[in-house]
Design a protein around this ligand. Sequence first.
Ligand SMILES: Nc1ncnc2c1ncn2[C@@H]1O[C@H](COP(=O)(O)OP(=O)(O)OP(=O)(O)O)[C@@H](O)[C@H]1O
Ligand SMILES: Nc1nc2c(c(=O)[nH]1)N=C(CO)CN2
Length: 199
Amino acid sequence: MKPTQSDPTVQPVPAAVVETVDAADTTLSNPRWAVLALGANLGNRLETLQGAIDALADTPGLRVKAVSPVYETEPWGVEPGSQPSYLNAVALVKTTLPPSSLLERAHAVEEAFHRVREERWGARTIDVDIITYADVVSDDPVLTLPHPRAHQRAFVLAPWNDVDPAALLPGHGAVADLLTSLGHTDVTPRDDLELRLPE
Ligand SMILES: Nc1ncnc2c1ncn2[C@@H]1O[C@H](COP(=O)(O)OP(=O)(O)OP(=O)(O)O)[C@@H](O)[C@H]1O
Ligand SMILES: Nc1nc2c(c(=O)[nH]1)N=C(CO)CN2
């Protein structure tokens, strides 16, 4: 960090101290893999998914490394026929952001696409969930890791399995096995649609 020129109260930090602090901050040199699930069932769903992926890619400290195929999926957890169907996809990212900052960024992206939170599992322009962050396990309700319902959701497991067939869901096992037991229930690949990996 450089001292600001304009603030006379800020003392210059000796270069050796900066180096020591940076070296201790393992996140700077140690990006973590995270799996993000995206879903949209209002508005122009594909455009919104792409916009959300592009916005995530514009985040300092975050690189989008892979984007899954797109699936058309039946709304999960609600009365059948009560909501439009979703488009779902998964993005694999590498990030130096800590989990809490990644969640903040996910929420900022949702807000940018006018996500409204009214009811649980209500229809939405965009939802960005953190499915895993490295091998972190946490039961904090603000950020539960892995996502507590990911193992029950073919709309997460099917696209995740496509981009990472060897993936493991901490505490639950291989994604491929979870998907086999669950079946590709209510999820259909949309081979006519494609999300771009940001440059
Ligand atoms: N792994 C996680 N990813 C995203 N949000 C999480 C996670 N764990 C806990 N949360 C919390 O859940 C709250 C509700 O999130 P959200 O409104 O996206 O839920 P939902 O998408 O409707 O349902 P679900 O949590 O079942 O996917 C968020 O404010 C967030 O703090
Ligand atoms: N098909 C589908 N159903 C859902 C989805 C979703 O993304 N796709 N998200 C939910 C809350 O996260 C609740 N139900």
